[in-house]
Design a protein around this ligand. Structure first.
Ligand SMILES: C[S@@+](CC[C@H](N)C(=O)[O-])C[C@H]1O[C@@H](n2cnc3c(N)ncnc32)[C@H](O)[C@@H]1O
Length: 483
């Protein structure tokens, strides 16, 4: 497996007795002709091996074993190294990596974008099949090949294999290669100033992205926990900020679980929490990620490539009413019903699988008016639904204050009215000492009162930023301080 596109780990455990190398892959990672040739030729070879075994023809048996090995290389191992990147994503490889890391019987492993090779030894009564069942249970969203290749290996060969893994560079390769990771940070100085970073302070950047805000927080002396659900962003930020060493901790996950994730790392309360909601430029600009109707790509839109539901899943399976609701609620698309009806008609003929296919279909329902492409609102709506963006934001708002020390600040940058409305409503709610209702004779103390508004009005980009980065035009920053 190519070390430039694989995660390789060797453990300190010394191999003892017979070891096993297991090669497994996702069926979609192999071209159909390879799978078919492998199945038929292997079946035929195994038949001949059985006959040779019955006759005790040792010479022939070892010759056939070599042929079987060559067959595996030709139809499985070689094609897997050229397999399409999307077949076995890095994020899912990471999930498998965690399961393998926790399993004592595993001695070393290489996880690529299309296949996994694992070196292991058996313990107690455990069989190879038990091991496979265990790893499969840890990676429920993966579909494994039915018959992984299992080769027995002497302890000496296993030591050599481990050493090979040890010497390979550990890659943290971005899932998607759209050239340099280039995201222009929005409201950089305004957000950093509001968070007041300094030596000795601990901050959380819940949307690490390319690390633009985090870099400034680190430069001011703070320690930063950077969360992102996108492996490409994490890899880019790690590379960009490596000079800050252990002042930066990169955490994989969804910020909806920020408090629990940090607690697991022993972090209870911090001095600042930043969320720069939404997607990064590399996510939009990379055609393979399927966020943009301007680039032909798979209809995907997942920020976390391991998430279970892509835009194509929604477009091709959601009932018409649900589709219309998504377009209306998250895109404020007035033609939501007509677009949903058209999608359902089209998908009955053939699945809708690409961004440009969907964009053309929407454009056929909704003629272009003005500068905006007719698919703009629908694509936004689908993206919000795929990533449950409003649900994640609501969860972060609800748990954010509990993460902060007294005097700690919570800053949120949003890019559209639905998000800003949620932040505004929540921030105003926790900043009111009292609440009142028409049916009450007098205002009552607000049990949620826990913060003060740092700015009465949202901060928006200055003229210079708007000119330099038109994508910042809808950004709004709101900040509160815990009492
Ligand atoms: C606008 S970018 C952040 C850019 C960053 N502030 C910078 O200056 O480079 C938003 C990032 O947040 C991530 N993100 C969005 N929603 C998330 C969520 N619910 N959990 C974790 N990461 C999320 C995206 O993957 C993306 O990388």
């Amino acid at each position: 497996m190519d070390p430039a596109t694989s995660i390789t780990r060797a453990k300190a455990t010394t191999p003892q007795g017979t070891c096993y190398r297991v090669l497994m892959w996702e069926p979609c990672a192999l071209p159909q002709e390879c799978r078919e040739a492998w199945e038929t030729q292997r079946r035929e070879l195994l038949g001949r091996m059985r006959d040779a075994g019955i006759k005790g023809a040792r010479g022939l048996l070892s010759q056939l074993e070599k042929e079987l090995k060559a067959l595996t290389v030709k139809f499985i191992e070689a094609p897997l190294t050229q397999a399409p990147r999307a077949a076995f994503s890095f994020a899912r490889a990471e999930a498998l990596g965690e399961a393998l890391q926790a399993h004592d019987a595993v001695l070393a492993y290489r996880l690529g974008t299309a296949a996994a090779e694992v070196l292991m030894q058996l313990e107690g009564e455990e069989t190879v099949a038990d091991m496979l069942t265990r790893w499969q249970a840890a990676t429920p969203d993966m579909t494994w090949c039915e018959q992984p290749i299992v080769q027995a290996m002497s302890a000496a060969d296993a030591v050599a294999w481990q050493a090979e893994c040890d010497s390979e560079e550990v890659a943290d390769t971005p899932e998607y290669t759209s050239g340099e990771f280039h995201h222009v940070t929005v409201l950089l100085h305004e957000a950093v100033e509001a968070l007041q970073p300094a030596e000795g302070k601990v901050m959380v950047d819940a949307t690490l992205g390319g690390g633009g805000h985090t870099e400034q927080l680190l430069s001011a002396g703070a320690e930063v926990w950077g969360i992102d659900q996108d492996p490409t962003a994490r890899a880019a930020a790690k590379a960009r900020l490596s000079a800050f060493g252990d002042k930066l901790h990169v955490v994989a996950g969804n910020f909806r679980n920020a408090a629990e994730m940090l607690r697991k790392h022993g972090v209870e309360q911090v001095d600042g929490l930043l969320a720069d909601i939404g997607i990064s430029s590399p996510q939009v600009d990379c055609a393979e990620r399927g966020f943009s109707f301007l680039h032909e790509g798979p209809l995907d839109m997942r920020m976390n490539p391991a998430a279970p539901r892509s835009a194509a899943d929604i477009v091709n399976t959601a009932p018409e009413g649900e589709l219309a609701d998504i377009l209306w609620q998250y895109g404020e698309e007035r033609a939501s019903r007509a677009i949903a009806r058209r999608i359902v008609q089209e998908r009955a003929k053939a699945p809708i699988t690409t961004t440009t296919q969907l964009a053309a279909l929407i454009a056929s329902v909704l003629p272009r008016k003005g500068k905006q492409h007719p698919a703009t609102r629908s694509f936004q709506a689908l993206r919000i639904a795929v990533n449950d963006e409003l649900g994640a934001l609501e969860a972060l708002l609800q748990s954010g204050l509990s993460l902060l020390k007294s005097g700690g600040r919570f800053a949120v940058i949003t890019f559209h009215s639905l998000e800003d409305r949620a932040v505004k409503r929540y921030f105003e709610h926790v900043c009111k000492p009292e609440i009142d209702r028409p049916e009450w004779p007098a205002p009552r103390p607000n049990p949620a009162y826990a913060a003060r508004l740092v700015y009465r009005k949202p901060i928006t980009p200055a003229e210079a930023e708007l000119t330099a980065n038109p994508r910042s035009r809808s950004a709004k920053l709101r900040v509160i301080e815990k009492l």
